[in-house]
Design a protein around this ligand. Structure first.
Ligand SMILES: NC(=O)c1ccc[n+]([C@@H]2O[C@H](COP(=O)([O-])OP(=O)(O)OC[C@H]3O[C@@H](n4cnc5c(N)ncnc54)[C@H](OP(=O)(O)O)[C@@H]3O)[C@@H](O)[C@H]2O)c1
Length: 308
């Protein structure tokens, strides 16, 4: 079968098409025929070697790329609990394996897989796992029932974070480019702050004394921490993006982990429209390099998806 991998770090050109044996599922695993694999910033950072420099991805001779998958189960290991033919979504959360979701087949632990949301295309479904689970797991870290500010609210994680926080009954302040105000209000934002300097001052006009919590998906760090009240909460989304816990703010980092049960709940929220599934474009698997270029250029709304 065909897969896209890297054998060295660099620009999009290091993405290489290879022929590899079809992987076999072990006990508790399923093999998925990949219909769609979303292209995420983590793939670009892995390919560029940024995550290895940061000590997050150990060096390997061959690294597979792609975390998000939608497709159909085509083989099951003992006790996996799925059937051949099931439409599923899943998340590869092991960061240094030789095969990722950029492939014609992928083997995942059944505990990382959930039934696909009904009534949506595989491309749409593939945009859900990594970013919706990250948003949900970030919100799990936050105790407030008050006001939460989300930076990068028009982005994949940020959009889901706004929608999930709104569904949880929090007052949501969204930070995004001015052109995205209607978009993020549509996700459920109660208040909007255009991105730019002095975020802390501008947020405090809406939440005197500061917001109770920040989900900093745009990795603004100290500028976003400045919007939090003393003793509030802050969630960082990348290594090195967690600011010092000034003014008694409790700073935590979220690290995604696969969770099939939670993913099944999120799929239901996608089905009923609570979580918006946004596809910026669908490209053949062989054009992974072009997808990486487009993602790195910025400004995409929705995910690019590879279709083997
Ligand atoms: N820790 C984890 O487990 C985990 C899991 C998933 C993702 N992540 C990380 O979370 C981050 C967000 O991921 P994503 O997939 O949501 O990325 P994304 O879709 O590219 O969204 C990022 C958003 O931030 C906006 N942004 C960038 N710079 C900004 C600034 N200075 N002020 C305000 N907004 C700004 C971007 O706007 P423009 O598009 O207009 O530039 C974009 O809307 C990435 O760094 C990703 O690697 C972490």
């Amino acid at each position: 079968m065909r897969a896209m991998v890297i054998r060295r770090f660099g620009g999009p050109e290091v993405l290489e098409a290879v022929e590899v044996p079809v992987p076999e599922p072990g006990p508790g695993q399923v093999r998925i025929r990949v219909a769609a694999a979303a292209v995420n910033p983590v793939d670009v950072a892995t390919r560029a070697g940024i995550l290895t420099e940061a000590g997050v991805v150990p060096p390997r001779e061959v690294l597979g790329l792609g975390w998000d998958v939608a497709g159909e189960v085509d083989a099951v290991g003992a006790g996996a609990g799925f059937r051949v033919g099931d439409a599923v979504i899943g998340l590869r959360d092991r960061i240094a394996t030789p095969l990722g979701a950029y492939a014609e087949r992928i083997v995942l632990d059944a505990s990382a897989v959930a039934p696909a949301p009904a009534g949506v295309s595989p491309a749409e479904a593939a945009t859900l796992p990594l970013n919706a689970l990250t948003a949900a797991q970030a919100l799990d870290l936050v105790e407030t029932t008050g006001t939460v500010l989300v930076t990068g609210a028009a982005g994949a994680v940020g959009g889901y974070a706004v929608a999930l926080a709104h569904a949880r009954g929090l007052r949501v302040v969204a930070v995004a480019g001015a052109a995205d105000e209607a978009l993020v209000r549509g996700f459920g934002a109660d208040e909007f702050v255009p991105r730019g300097p002095s975020l802390g001052d501008r947020a405090r006009t809406l939440a005197p004394g500061g917001v109770d919590a920040v989900l900093d998906t745009a990795l603004l760090g100290l500028d976003a921490l400045d919007a939090v009240r003393g003793g509030g909460e802050f969630v960082a989304f990348a290594a090195g993006a967690a600011p010092l816990p000034l003014r008694g703010v409790r700073v935590r980092g979220v690290w995604i982990r696969a969770d099939g049960e939670r993913l099944a709940e999120l799929a239901r929220l996608a089905e009923n429209g609570t979580l918006p599934l946004r596809v910026a474009g669908v490209l053949p698997l062989s054009e992974a390099a072009a997808a990486h270029e487009r993602l790195a250029a910025g400004g995409l709304r929705g995910r690019l998806v590879l279709a083997p």
